[in-house]
Ligand binder design. Sequence first.
Ligand code: NAD
Ligand code: LMR
Length: 342
Amino acid sequence: ALRASIVPKAQKSSQRSTNHFSPQASYKVAILGAAGGIGQPLSLLVKMSPLVSDLHLYDIANVKGVAADLSHCNTPSRVLDFTGEAELANALQGVDVVVIPAGVPRKPGMTRDDLFNINASIVKKLVEAVADNCPNAFIHIISNPVNSTVPIAAEVLKQKGVYDPKKLFGVTTLDVVRANTFVAQKKNLKLVDVDVPVVGGHAGITILPLLSKTKPSVSFTDEEVQELTVRIQNAGTEVVEAKAGAGSATLSMAYAAARFVESSLRALDGDSDVYECTFVESELTELPFFASRVKLGKNGVEAIISSDLQGLTEYEQKAVEALKPELKASIEKGIAFAQKQP
Ligand code: NAD
Ligand code: LMR
């Protein structure tokens, strides 16, 4: 009940999992960038999970206090802190899920791609350490630009000979969280019932909500589709502008990331009815990576839900084609970066 109230699970989960599933704290989660704007509230939400036995908080600074503070919460998990590169390997020992929100956020006027020069190197270094220390872990990449940082991570893991495409995820849950919120508001629906798949990638027009696939079934006018699609695509910028130089979404992002962590842990724990949208290696389109709904299982992605891309409206079909060039370029930029680095 605690779990359900703090981090609502993905819409598709069965009744069985809520009513008869009594979770045991047994999984280790590491958060890299744990002292940051996302890292702190995310650490708090993960600390509340009954599935977590050990929470490893890593950052280059300021993580000791965050860990001391959190460790006083009387929830099952043990909290350990790790500061700086010398402690990174220890932070990753025996870990089942690694979440990476390390890196710089946007300021007004910037695109996510403007973060590439700094964040690409940060993600590369961290994923190298993941490859060396917990190559079987699920890896959740939050650091932007996700459309490039996930391909970078894949290349690094390939170079290290440990790439498992089923276990590398770009976190796009926030796009779904936003789509659900905005659609429920617009159509006056009960929020808990609304589920909108969001596909493509995680920047601008590459974020594509499939409003025609909204559950429960809802009809939208052309104007509503246009307005909602643009709002969902620009929601990150909406927050960046409101924060006026103090960063980007942190609290809603922590909420979304905690939902994705909880879904991953439930899948690892044998729940056979876990679905989330995420940016993964995919054969759904001709692009090597694409966000869509996937079924999660003990070994990561168990299936990519291809039916979401079938029976699209003309607007959605055109939008899928329109996003491909930008997404392709961002993927290729990430791959080229990882391949040219020593
Ligand atoms: P922040 O600056 O508040 O925190 C980032 C943290 O990363 C800091 O504590 C910093 O010390 C740490 N860090 C920097 N280099 C590091 C390294 N080498 N190893 C470990 N930690 C390191 O930023 P934030 O608001 O938490 O955002 C973090 C990232 O998440 C940004 O790139 C942002 O664009 C991205 N983001 C993604 C989504 C999404 O939907 N995927 C949503 C929001 C933000
Ligand atoms: C978001 O969607 O909120 C994040 O990607 C952060 C950003 O830069 O918009």
